[in-house]
Write a protein that binds this ligand. Structure first.
Ligand code: NAX
Ligand code: K
Length: 445
């Protein structure tokens, strides 16, 4: 839901607009009880703001009391709502401590409806004082309790009015004007899924990625490894017959011109220690036995390019990153031009793992869900950008489920490509794009 909200904001819908719609919808539900006296319990965050908007809409229907942790609003949104309420008929009761709440006991006794706008999706852990005292008094009152978005932990809600999407079974969802695009298309909100790193993190906590590729094409595994490194992996090993000239990467040299069964023992030893294996780039047509063995043994794997030539055993968790030609070779289906029809094709092909179809609008599906990504630029048709994408997906896949990792990778890679092309136009190279990955993927933290 946070992803969707941030994506909606990036599309131009403000937090205050969503709050207005949420509070108004909440007020409509409360109005249905025809109350003469409404008590609205507000928390410090935007859930509290929703409650304050509802108070504004309900003020002429009867008596409305708002209890909130005062004296001022704690966020710009709640401060704005309180400012609007300060000259209204709504009775405001700022509380600083538990005894302030207990002094308001009478309000709980005379209310016909109580609104729980204490905690929403931003709440964590059990409720702290003085709001915990509000929850206790609300539970004692024998009147309907209407929860805004989600019930606050510890509160027994009669009804749950969920904004946009129900977050649990018993909830009823109301439309707050979030456009469909905020959900279907990736956006900056998707980046909020990328976990931060604890200050106590040890070496390797960022994940260990193994890239297996190279043979006929020497640069491809190198680019994938750079994508993984810039995508936040702590250790990136490259098992390849190609030499990898970079001190930040751990090169596991393999003899010969292409990967073959003689390398299997070494490769499987490396597969065993990797969080994610990224496989296929530059491999050529002769190394399928190696790909097959990786599919059978890797904890998590990203398959790209030549790894997509033949069907693979269903591995535990995988991301496949074909372009339209590789998709046709993989599935036997030529993708239609129409975007919705394309999405259906990708979804039905993604039953055994997540697919990230690379095209002007990327399509990501795990067989159930579908997302679209429209970041990127025609300058990214230069060789190597797909290798970087596979590596980036591998790094993110150390921490995120396949579907989310693929969506964030597609978005971040496209954004980095747009930045690189900003300065270099069609002269950009995949190595230019790599340099912008950290700013685009982690820059918002
Ligand atoms: N982000 C948006 O743009 C929108 C958010 N909306 C509402 O905002 C909610 C999410 O807002 P927020 O992210 O501000 O979070 P919340 O309002 O759910 O709560 C966060 C606040 O509560 C405090 N808190 C967290 N856990 C606590 C605990 N256990 N005991 C006491 N205090 C605690 C935090 O310090 C923070 O101040 C949604 O559920 C929804 O109701 C809606 O207004 C629609 C738009
Ligand atoms: K709530």
């Amino acid at each position: 839901m946070r992803v969707i909200e941030e994506n909606a904001m990036a599309l131009g819908l403000s937090s205050l607009q969503m709050m207005e719609s949420a509070g108004r919808a909440l007020a409509e539900v409360v109005r249905g009880y025809r109350p003469e006296n409404v008590l609205i319990l507000c928390g410090k965050g935007n859930n509290g703001g929703d409650g304050m908007v509802a108070a504004r809409y309900l003020q002429h229907d009867g008596e409305v009391h708002v209890v909130y942790p005062g004296p001022e609003g704690k966020t710009p949104e709640t401060a704005a709502q309180l400012q609007l309420l300060s000259h209204s008929a709504v009775h405001l009761h700022p509380v600083r401590c538990t005894s302030d709440v207990l002094a308001l006991r009478r309000l709980f006794e005379v209310a016909d409806v109580i609104v729980d706008a204490i905690l929403g999706t931003g709440g964590s852990g059990s409720l702290r004082e003085p709001l915990a005292a509000c929850a206790d008094l609300a539970n004692e009152a024998a009147v309907p309790v209407v929860a805004a978005d989600v019930p606050t932990p510890g509160i027994r809600a009669t009804r749950i009015v969920a904004f946009h999407r129900p977050k649990q079974d018993a909830a009823e969802a109301v439309d707050i004007g979030i456009p469909l695009e905020a959900e279907c298309f990736t956006g900056p909100g998707d980046l909020t899924l990328v976990p931060g790193r604890a200050s106590s993190a040890h070496k390797g906590a960022g994940g260990e990625v193994l890239v297996v590729g190279g043979g006929p094409y020497q640069g491809a595994p190198y680019l994938a490894a750079l994508g993984a490194l810039r995508g936040g992996a702590d250790l990136v090993r490259v098992a390849s017959t190609a030499s990898i000239p970079m001190p930040d990467l751990i090169y596991e040299p393999l003899a010969g011109t292409h990967l073959a069964e003689e390398h299997l023992e070494t490769i499987l030893r490396l597969v065993d220690r990797a969080d994610v294996v990224v496989c296929g780039m530059g491999l050529g047509t002769e190394s399928h036995a190696v790909v097959q063995a990786i599919a059978e043994n890797a904890r998590r794997a990203v398959f790209d390019a030549d790894a997509l030539r033949h069907p693979l055993p269903v591995a535990r968790e995988t991301i496949s990153t074909p372009h339209a030609g590789e998709f046709a070779r993989m599935t036997g289906h030529v993708l239609p031009d129409d975007l919705a029809a394309r999405a259906r094709s990708v979804r039905s092909a993604a039953r055994d793992g997540t697919i990230l179809l690379k095209s002007p609008v990327d399509i990501i599906s795990d067989g159930t869900r579908v997302r679209f990504n429209r970041t990127g630029t025609p300058a990214m048709t230069v060789g190597g950008t797909g290798d970087v994408l596979a590596g980036l997906a591998g790094a993110l896949f150390c921490h995120l489920p396949a579907f989310e990792a693929a969506a964030v990778a597609a978005y971040g890679n496209g954004r980095a490509g747009m930045r690189a092309a900003g300065g270099r136009g069609n002269g950009m190279a995949a190595t230019d794009l790599v340099e912008y990955i950290p700013a685009e993927v982690f820059g918002r933290r």
